[in-house]
Design a protein around this ligand. Structure first.
Ligand code: PGA
Length: 258
């Protein structure tokens, strides 16, 4: 049997949600039971740190996973307000989003910092979801692939460390805007990310999941997830409501060749 990259549908709640929102997670856990083939994909919800421990209890019981949305590059120490990879793992998470464009913009995170965070995350036993993606100006200037390759070179840890990473391609201009790139643009950039991963990790690069992120919703998920080298999605707005998220999960389950 040929092995394929794992399909991963990951929700990113960003700075949304209180304990009451965990009901939505319960609904996702209930709803997934009626999706045929759901066990062939990984369902991940990246919640705010305040919800991580409670969310992990719910998720694990329901066959889902949780993730953090960031971690500090140090193992521990005097970093008021920060959270380490070990703490994220200790709260029950299996994944952590790193280098999201909102963190790159709001907190001036560089590729080098993202890479250091990814290294400590891997050492802590987490799977980093490393985000890359161009701005609208960069795309208009024909620089999308170059920018993304540059981010991969700078942000992805050495091959010796691990091939157990997930890459999320998230064009900055598509996040939360309702706009998405054309299917052929998605195909082209995911293909170039795959080529880079194979160059970096060797054959193991074929097994790295490459997620698309940016205004993915139930109505466009099937088309996007059918694209070669799209192995799932990183979903913001549409992951806040169980109905929307489950719609995307159903579309993903249908794409999987078993
Ligand atoms: P969106 O966000 O789905 O709301 O566009 C995606 C993301 O930023 O991860």
């Amino acid at each position: 049997m040929t092995r394929h990259a794992q399909m991963v549908i990951a929700g990113n709640w960003k700075m949304n949600g209180t304990q009451a929102s965990l009901q939505e997670l319960e609904r996702m856990g209930e709803g997934r039971k009626s999706i045929t083939g759901v066990n062939n994909l990984k369902m991940v919800i990246c919640v705010p740190t305040t919800l991580l421990a409670n969310a992990s209890d719910i998720a694990v019981r329901a066959g889902m996973h949780t993730g953090g949305q960031d971690c500090h590059p140090a193992e521990a120490g005097a970093h008021t307000g920060d959270i380490s990879a070990i703490m994220v793992k200790d709260s029950g998470a299996a994944y952590v989003i790193l280098g999201h464009s909102e963190r790159r913009a709001d907190h001036h995170e560089t590729d080098g910092l993202v890479r250091s965070k990814a290294e400590v995350a891997i050492a802590a036993g987490l799977i980093p979801i490393i985000c890359v993606g161009e701005t609208l100006a960069e795309r208009k200037n024909g620089l999308a692939e170059t920018v993304v390759e540059h981010q991969l070179i700078g942000s992805v840890p050495d091959a010796e460390l691990s091939a157990n990473v997930v890459i999320a391609y998230e064009p900055v201009w598509a996040i939360g805007t309702g706009e998405i790139p054309s299917i052929s643009d998605i195909k082209e950039i995911h293909g170039s990310i795959r080529a880079w991963l194979v160059q970096h990790f060797g054959d193991a690069g074929h097994l790295v999941s490459i997620l698309y992120g940016g205004s993915m919703k139930p109505s466009n998920a099937a088309d996007i997830l059918a694209v070669q080298d799209v192995n799932g999605g990183l979903i913001g707005g549409a992951s806040l409501k169980s109905g929307d998220f489950l719609g995307i999960v159903s579309a993903a389950a249908e794409q999987i060749e078993v």
